[in-house]
Design a protein around this ligand. Structure first.
Ligand code: ADP
Ligand code: MG
Length: 252
């Protein structure tokens, strides 16, 4: 059975996609196979791994909405050992289309259950909302990986996420739990960043990963080259941090 992580936080720009890509891309180096699922209509994970979204015939949209065979939609990424289920712009409409479909909260779960290949890890990149797409992610996952940006209002919105999580645990997926909180975009020159980090650690002492992801320009450059940081600049501070984070995560 794969370990399934949903990278979730309904705030945009907190490092979900960067974390999903760079944790997933480190798995093969650590001897583990992975599948990354791009559930965000913006498709930044798909393009960030060098896949041209305009040329896709089958995507996660067809899998979720048309019940297309997931095995036909999955493709190899340019990281050996990492496959991807790409996103598509049409997924933007799926939030509404799902409402009228049977088992609307479980479509991703059922799709993942019919994967022919056995992966060690499945990493799902969630969209920045708590709508039906994210509900599908949280029903399909066992662990939530929550990136928190070390800036103002970092903890704002965690109440809503906790509430959604409780409803899903009660009604749809009792196995769901926090797999960890990761502090992202950390700038050590800012007093505020240290304060936020301390506040998060005080509030979630058990759940917060030791590894902190620094603000590092190489991390923001890598996606435009279609590469994870481990390929784009493996000795950068960002690459080292994501490698450490991945080791912490697989040790759980
Ligand atoms: P989300 O998926 O939560 O919206 P992203 O991972 O797309 O967030 O990050 C938002 C923006 O910040 C992107 O342009 C990304 O390249 C950049 N970014 C993310 N993490 C870092 C980091 N640690 N250092 C520098 N830039 C980062
Ligand atoms: Mg994103």
């Amino acid at each position: 059975m794969p370990r399934v992580y949903a990278v979730v936080n309904q705030k945009g720009g907190v490092g979900k996609t960067t974390t999903a890509i760079n944790v997933a891309a480190n798995l093969p180096d650590l001897g583990l196979s992975g599948l990354i699922v791009d559930m965000d209509p913006q498709g930044n994970t798909t393009s960030g791994l060098g896949i041209d979204r305009t040329g896709l015939s089958t995507s996660v949209y067809n899998v979720i909405i048309d019940a297309a065979d997931i095995n036909e939609a999955v493709q190899a990424s340019r990281v050996p050992g990492l496959d991807i289920l790409p996103s598509h712009r049409a997924l933007a409409g799926a939030e509404i289309e799902l409402i009228g479909l049977p088992r609307r909260e479980r479509r991703l779960l059922y799709a993942l259950e019919s994967l022919r290949r056995a992966y060690d890890y499945i990493i799902i990149d969630c969209p920045p909302s708590l709508g039906l797409l994210t509900v599908n992610c949280l029903v399909a996952a066992e662990f939530m990986l929550i990136p928190i940006q070390c800036e103002y209002y970092a903890l704002e919105g965690l109440g809503a996420l906790t509430h959604t999580t409780q409803l899903i645990q009660r009604d749809l997926n009792p196995r769901l739990k926090i797999g960890g909180i990761v502090l992202t975009l950390f700038d050590p020159r800012l007093t505020l960043a240290w304060q936020v980090a301390e506040q998060v650690r005080n509030q979630y002492p058990e759940q917060t990963f030791r590894t902190v992801i620094p603000r590092n320009v190489r991390l923001s450059e890598a996606p435009s080259h279609g590469m994870p940081i481990s390929q784009y600049d493996p000795t950068s501070r960002g690459a080292v941090a994501y490698h450490e984070l991945t080791k912490e995560l697989i040790a759980q």
